[in-house]
Ligand binder design. Structure first.
Ligand code: CP
Length: 345
């Protein structure tokens, strides 16, 4: 199975793809999910190897890629900086413990069929954009596709699972459905902007009526906001930003409340934990409760997980009848299989 427009492409952000191309991935993902449920073998990538490099921890991403490659007839290698020489940008190498990305990318490309990377947060000194720069450096040097398993700007694989799950719950055509991406309180400020940014981009690309809600001071990247606005216009959806969680929830069909940090996005500096903590602590009431869910149009509750229970959301909501978090996590497997089948196949 292959599609010439997608074969060999990197998967770094949805912004690199047209809606038709993303829909090809989603349709393939739904098709492969049906095959997997029926236990029909679908070795589209026989003996293929995916090299996965995790600077950060993971439950869902690691296991969905490993299981996905096995189901496609291939294999995934789990690589951790420290166990391999830590891939570093030119000028940031340290003798004996690091290896320049240009060398790592070219070597791994000779031994496998794609390279996947996760990097954000403390591994980039919380300097916004540096994780994305590192992923793009791999893509520059690798002759096989590079997959972004979450950097500090985007989590495009999560977005595939999120849209797939909404299609299963609300119908394939998401046009005009009211989607709310909301900030939520957490006791930790170490939360990248990748999930909310990919969520608003993907919902806007699908023509949804998107509301972004957050307290003042928790703005997302203006370039991402502009891209989302353009996508909403192009695909007949909507996009607005509000600073009130209750206002955002009114009439929503899907709510996706999670924490993200206070992060300078203009290259001016790094995340300041003290400043972020002060803003977080002033907004502890941004928790998703049953009362808030009652403001919605019987909305589905989504979260990429892991969730900070009793901070971002109450147990009653996350374990309640409208929560689709497990389906969402499960679709990480299927969404990524659809994407890999097309870019690697
Ligand atoms: N949602 C997500 O990326 O989960 P992990 O951090 O467990 O991979």
């Amino acid at each position: 199975m292959s599609n010439t427009s997608l074969r060999g492409r990197d998967f770094l952000t949805w912004l690199d793809f047209s809606r038709d191309e993303i829909e090809m991935m989603l349709d393939t993902a739904h098709e492969l999910k049906r095959k997997q449920v029926r236990r029909e073998q679908h070795h589209i990538l026989p003996d293929y190897t995916l090299h996965m490099l995790f600077y950060n921890t993971s439950l869902r991403t690691r296991n969905s890629f490993e299981a996905g490659m096995t189901q496609l007839g291939g294999h995934a290698h789990f690589l951790q900086p420290g166990a391999v020489y830590t891939p570093a940008l030119k000028g940031e190498e340290k003798a004996y413990s690091t290896e320049r990305i240009s060398d790592v990318a070219r070597v791994l490309a000779e031994m496998g069929d794609a390279i996947a990377i996760r990097i954000y947060g403390k591994h980039t000194g919380w300097k916004y954009g540096k994780g994305n720069l590192i992923v793009r450096e791999f893509a520059k040097w690798s002759r096989v596709p590079v997959i972004n398993m979450e950097d500090d700007m985007y989590h495009p694989c999560q977005a595939l699972a999120d849209v797939m799950t909404m299609q299963e719950k609300l119908g394939h055509n998401l046009q005009g459905k009211k989607f709310v991406m909301s900030w939520a309180y957490s006791g930790s400020v170490e939360k990248p902007l990748s999930v909310p940014q990919s969520a608003i981009i993907s919902a806007a690309m699908m023509g949804m009526d998107v509301t972004l809600a957050h307290p003042k001071g928790l703005d997302l990247d203006p370039n991402v906001l502009n891209a989302t606005k353009d996508l909403a216009k192009k695909h007949g959806g909507g996009f607005k930003i509000v600073n009130d969680m209750d206002e955002a929830f009114k009439g929503a069909e899907v709510v996706y409340p999670k924490a993200w940090t206070v992060q300078p996005t203009d290259g001016s500096g790094v995340m300041d934990p003290e400043k972020a903590k002060a803003i977080f602590e002033a907004n502890k009431d941004w928790i998703t409760t049953k009362q808030k869910m009652e403001l919605t149009n019987d909305a589905y509750y989504m979260h990429c997980l892991p969730a900070d229970r009793d901070m971002e959301v109450t147990d009653e909501v996350i374990d309640g009848p409208n929560s689709i978090i497990i389906e969402e996590a499960a679709n990480r497997l299927h969404g990524q299989k659809g994407m890999m089948a097309l870019i690697m196949g």
